[in-house]
Design a protein around this ligand. Structure first.
Ligand code: ADP
Ligand code: MG
Ligand code: ZN
Length: 474
């Protein structure tokens, strides 16, 4: 009887070389406060200059979500005081953002989909970091002035599931475009979740609660579920007006609850006004032309892999959900193997062997090697079972596939002469069974195949053995 309403704000840190308004490096693992200058320290008299690379990446994102890219956009000041922001304001784009009116499609498991509207994506400067250390707090301004794109959805999602699908899709787009590393744990993809409920069928938007900075998809899902039950319980108890107010809440993963952090500021509290130190941001025709040529996106790649390699929609979705997996798969396919086998060996066999810090980007067995291993199954050099042994070996050691096959003695015997000899030996050693077979006991066929396989220590190609035995026994 309630409908859930969710709108998401995502802060994506752009992977530019230098900061938004100065030439300080954006790299992170540097000594505290070394990547700073008068501009990002907000010393009096220092003037900001816009980093063009930020516009380029904004155009790419705007193109990917089918949005309007404003040829002129403006910067505004949002005033607030916090120790990690020496200027006591944040430069952002309130009135005219660089990107507006986009959309993003989410796909459900049952094959249906839904389009989520994106209200805007605007450029803003990140703050520094407060580091709390016992009784003292320190401020590190290395991050101050790092470019962010804040991507704001319309309140179009109506369940935690839809919110997660939207976030995963957006995350994957950022990675495909390579405009940010979108690492949630490190804070380069930060999500604020706005949640409200309303009676089913009601068009009006009710009071929203904002839950800030939750750093994993799992916790976002959890936080939404907790917030929805808190709000609907309040409603059912007749306490909605009393208990639900527009505020910022915090998700506590230990206590498994959301709790109030502060009352929600109104825009007026921030005293927004046009940033006087910066020129308008201009997207030229040349820029637009150049940066709207974006790489293939996850959905397009999924559709192409289905068409080109005959993958089903599920597997194609698994492979294209991350750009690294997709690249790995496509490199494997250069060995001219079947899409189905490549999928199995990548998503079942290899992924199961990757543990801890080892993932697809630093896998000891790279895509070329795994592709080649699959090729050796397909050309019948080894059996699938033997290939698992080869893969186990390759996870620990570095030689090439063929020398491992040699070393472990796993080469399949396909030489008909040798196999024929083995078959003859088995047949003459089991004359009684041959007679029973010829008299109609057909299930004995498996016995003969098994004996030959055993004799060859598993190296015989079972298909060839089958053919030879069929001929000899009939
Ligand atoms: P603020 O910066 O104050 O959080 P924004 O306009 O940037 O405001 O973002 C508001 C976000 O909240 C948007 O994603 C919007 O879709 C969402 N939102 C607005 N009203 C509601 C509501 N009643 N329920 C859920 N989400 C909402
Ligand atoms: Mg907000
Ligand atoms: Zn600087």
């Amino acid at each position: 009887m309630f409908e859930v309403v969710i709108g998401l704000e995502v802060h994506v840190q752009l992977n530019t070389k230098s900061k938004l308004f100065c030439s300080c490096a954006t790299s992170f693992n540097h000594k505290q406060n070394t990547n700073t200058c008068p501009t990002c320290l907000a010393l009096p008299g220092a003037l900001p200059v816009l980093n063009k690379e930020v516009l380029h990446k904004s155009i790419m994102l705007g193109t990917a979500i089918d949005a309007t890219i404003n040829k002129t956009s403006y910067f505004d000041r949002k005033s607030y005081f916090y120790p990690d922001s020496p200027s006591a304001y944040q430069v952002t784009q309130l009135y005219t953002p660089v990107v507006e009116h986009g959309k993003l499609q989410i796909d459900f498991d049952d094959g249906t989909n839904k389009v989520i509207r994106v209200n805007r994506a605007h450029i803003e400067a990140d703050a520094g970091k407060n580091i709390h250390d016992g009784d003292i707090s320190k401020v590190d301004l290395n991050r101050a002035g790092t470019p962010l794109l804040e991507i704001v959805s319309e309140p179009d999602m109506s369940s935690a599931e839809e919110a997660i699908l939207y976030l995963k899709k957006l995350h994957s787009i950022i990675r495909y475009l390579d405009i940010g590393d979108a690492n949630m744990q490190e804070g380069s993809f930060r999500v604020d979740v706005n949640v409200s409920i309303r009676p089913k069928g009601d068009e009006k938007l009710y009071t929203r609660v904002e839950i800030k900075n939750i750093n994993s998809f799992k916790f976002i899902e959890k936080a939404i579920e907790l917030e929805v039950s808190r709000q609907s319980e309040a409603w059912e108890d007749g306490l909605y007006e009393e208990e639900i107010c527009q505020e910022t809440r915090l998700f506590d993963q230990v206590k498994n609850e959301t709790r109030s952090m502060r009352g929600k500021e109104e825009a007026a509290d921030y005293r927004y006004f046009p940033e006087p130190d910066l020129l308008k941001a201009v997207v030229t025709d040349e820029m637009l032309e150049k940066y709207s040529k974006i790489p293939e996106l996850p959905d397009e790649k999924r559709d192409r892999l289905m068409k080109e390699y005959g993958l089903n929609v599920y597997n194609a979705g698994v492979i294209t959900s991350s750009v690294e997996t997709a690249r790995f798969f496509e490199t494997m396919m250069q060995e001219g193997i079947s899409g189905k086998n490549a999928t199995t060996w990548l998503t079942v066999e290899l992924l199961a062997r990757l543990k801890g810090d080892v993932n697809i980007t630093n896998s000891p067995v790279d895509a070329k090697k795994l592709g080649f291993l699959v090729k050796r199954i397909e050309d019948k050099t080894i059996s699938g079972k033997a290939a698992k042994e080869v893969l186990d070996y390759l996870m620990e050691n570095d030689p090439d596939v063929d020398s491992v096959i040699e070393k472990l003695g796993l080469k399949q015997v396909t030489d008909t002469g040798a196999l024929e000899k083995m078959c003859n030996e088995i047949i003459s050693a089991n004359q009684d069974k041959v007679e029973q077979f010829r008299a109609g006991k057909e299930k004995l066929f498996g016995f003969f195949v098994g004996q030959v396989m055993k004799k060859s220590k598993g190296s015989a190609n079972p298909q060839v053995v089958n053919e030879i035995l069929k001929e000899k026994l009939s």
